[in-house]
Design a protein around this ligand. Structure first.
Ligand code: IPM
Ligand code: MN
Length: 365
């Protein structure tokens, strides 16, 4: 048994299926904390649509303070149809973007892994998806999501809308360093994805990555245009290792990646940036999927992306690799058992969100 730790975690269940998948991730965290003797200190806060309803804004000051005071934040999902007609600045999603920026978590790690027992869950041919093991490193606090100027201007009937893809060299460098460092622990290959045949922004991106690569002679670098990458991911996914890219490109490619993993309900993510004084990464951990309001509250949602995000938290924020590996191996056992939610197309009746969470706890040795 390793060191006993104090884990200060903020939980932001958010909207739609967020609360129910987060509940299962917390169940697993509590189980692991008890089993390994860690003190889990949970706080809960408001973010997204629920925060707009209760406080008038998607990212209340209190949530910001709680997040800054925690070692790690576990998030469910944000977004509700009732806010669909509002401008971006007033929507639930704005809360999530504000939180990412406040925590300065500039690198969003999104593993896309095809479990052998889920091979039939993907609509793609078995031979294509078998062995897929990709880590998408999505830049998370810059690019098109945050660039200025932005807005809709001009009189109704003849408006102009603008968004800007902006990157400073330093922003490209820090996320690409992260990608190269991560590749060194994997298959030592980085695919940098851009649109350098059209965008100046991508030309700078490509130049900076190529310069950095000289410091990593043991890692192979390839450049790929984003449109081609969208195609290659479905044609030959097993040839990718680490993929590093701009914020919006990464958002789009990671949803595509979920088709390789069998379901978007399988994709966890870890957003990291700067290290805390104790050496741990202050991170934000959230499933890649959205709030799926159409199935919210019905116990149908797959909690494995949220549970995988909790495992990533133990790994990255607390260095608890043994505990994280125990969760991952329990998830694999549950998948093998076939007691999975409907999105994974089980042969028998689908399991509920809570049953899957409990099964993961039961499978942790
Ligand atoms: C994601 C989501 C978010 C994003 C939304 C909810 C703002 O799609 O995490 O991929 O676009 O980053
Ligand atoms: Mn997305």
């Amino acid at each position: 048994m390793g060191r006993r730790m104090e884990l200060n975690v903020l939980v932001l269940p958010g909207d739609g299926i967020g609360p129910e998948v987060t509940r299962e991730a917390v169940r697993v965290l509590e189980h692991v904390a008890a089993r390994w003797g860690h003190a889990l200190r949970l706080r809960e806060g408001l973010l997204g649509g629920i925060a707009i309803r209760k406080t008038g804004g998607p990212f209340p000051d209190q949530t910001r303070e709680l997040a800054m005071a925690s070692d790690a934040t576990l998030l469910g999902a944000v977004g509700l149809p009732e806010f669909d007609d509002l401008p971006p600045s007033k929507r639930p999603e704005k809360g999530l973007l504000g939180l990412r920026k406040a925590l300065d978590v500039y690198a969003n790690l999104r593993p896309v892994y095809c479990f052998e027992s889920l091979i039939e869950s993907s609509p793609l041919k078995n031979d294509i998806v078998r062995g897929t093991d990709i880590l998408i490193v999505r830049e998370l606090t810059g690019g098109l999501y945050f660039g200025q100027p932005r807005g809709i201007h001009g009189p109704e009937g003849s408006e102009t809308a603008v968004n800007s893809m902006v990157y400073a060299r330093s922003e490209i460098e820090r996320v690409c360093h992260m990608a190269f460092d991560l590749a060194r622990k994997r298959k030592r290959k980085v695919t940098s994805v851009d649109k350098a045949n059209v965008l100046e922004n991508s030309q700078l991106w490509r130049r900076v990555v190529a310069e950095l690569a000289e410091g990593y002679p043991d890692v192979e670098l390839e450049h790929m245009l984003v449109d081609n990458c969208a195609m290659q991911l479905l044609l030959r996914p097993t040839e990718f290792d680490v993929v590093v890219t701009e914020n919006l490109f990464g958002d789009i490619l990671s949803d595509e990646g979920s088709v390789l993993a069998g379901s978007i309900g399988m994709l966890p993510s870890a957003s990291v940036g700067n290290r805390l004084p104790n050496g741990a990464w202050r991170g934000l951990f959230e499933p890649v999927h959205g709030s799926a309001p159409d199935i919210a509250g019905q116990g149908k949602a797959n909690p494995l992306a949220a549970i995988g995000s909790a495992a990533a938290m133990l790994n990255y924020s607390f260095g608890l690799t043994e505990e994280a590996a125990a969760i991952e191996s329990a998830v694999s056992q549950v998948l093998d058992s076939g007691r999975v939610t409907a999105d994974l197309k089980p042969t028998g009746p689908p399991a509920s969100t809570a049953e899957v969470g409990q099964a993961v706890c039961d499978a942790i040795a």
